[in-house]
Design a protein around this ligand. Structure first.
Ligand code: VOV
Length: 248
């Protein structure tokens, strides 16, 4: 039996996708729309305070295409907080103009493939900062879930740890070429959701995301073992731009 790699786990994470019912929104009175926007902005302000206190982080993206209109990426120290945030949001006026199209539940995960035996890197400040990240305010975001294949000869989970480490090292070399252009957050979802990992990529420009994902397809770990779900791509929706976004 192959040995599992140890993981370090940080904040819990919910990717929550909503579709806006623009027809009902247009039919609502100006007063109802205004009240819904204000309630939503207050909610965002409360969430920002949590982030300022370093107790979580969140971002909202406008998704391009028909899979969703908005994506909320919310990170908190506990799963309970995520559940509470989701319920609070569902009870708000603005949510009655939205339907839920997809969600993804996971926890920030770093594996110990790259760490030296006998060295506990988990308490290092830079590792803690990656496990409990304040999300980058970068303009573009790409999210997709993925699995490692378990099929005939190509079974990631029966590969020896050393072989997996080598493949992950090659993977990291490709990733590092995009330093400064792309930030990645890998969240693990074994037992929490339908896929094994969530991949969230942030960039200042959309194109490096395409180039990185394409280049990685040729790394053995992706070419042989990668299975991918739906891709979501969006641009950031700041609190200051909320009124413009919802304006009719
Ligand atoms: C910005 C680029 C970038 C960089 C630098 C990078 C580096 C690294 C390192 C160093 C490590 C291992 C240690 C750790 O940190 O866990 C990982 C780990 C992982 N990655 Fe990665 N990855 C990137 C980017 C990156 C992308 C684009 C993808 C999607 C793959 C694709 O083909 O679409 C991905 C996936 C993963 C996954 C699923 C894991 C966990 C696998 C497991 O079996 O445990 N990743 N990754």
């Amino acid at each position: 039996m192959a040995e599992a790699v140890e993981t370090m786990d940080g904040w819990y994470c919910l990717h929550d996708f909503r579709v806006m019912d623009w027809t009902s929104w247009k039919l609502a009175s100006e007063d109802v729309r205004q009240a819904a926007i204000e309630e939503y902005q207050n909610w965002l302000s409360n969430m920002e305070q949590v982030e300022e206190a370093n107790n979580g982080s969140q971002l909202v993206y406008k998704i391009i295409g028909h899979k969703a209109d908005l994506m909320f990426m919310i990170m908190r120290p506990t799963m309970d907080e995520l559940q509470e945030i989701e319920t609070t949001f569902d009870k708000m006026q603005i949510a009655s103009f939205m339907t839920k199209s997809f969600s993804y539940l996971s926890v920030v995960e770093l594996s110990k493939y790259m760490s030296k035996p006998g060295v506990d890197i988990e308490q290092k400040p830079e590792v803690q900062a990656r496990l409990k990240p304040i999300l980058p305010r970068w303009d573009y975001m790409c999210f997709y879930p993925m699995d490692k294949r378990r099929m005939n000869e190509d079974n990631w989970y029966s590969l020896e740890k050393d072989a997996r480490s080598k493949l992950m090292y090659e993977h990291s070399k490709t990733g590092r070429k995009y330093a400064g252009q792309i930030k990645q957050i890998i969240t693990g979802s074994f037992g929490f959701d339908d896929w094994e990992w969530g991949v969230t990529l942030f960039a200042h420009d959309p194109l490096p995301i395409k180039k990185l994902v394409y280049e990685m397809r040729f790394d053995e770990v992706s070419a042989r073992y990668g299975e991918f779900g739906d891709f979501y791509f969006g641009n950031k929706l700041d609190k200051e731009a909320v009124s413009t976004y919802f304006h009719i």
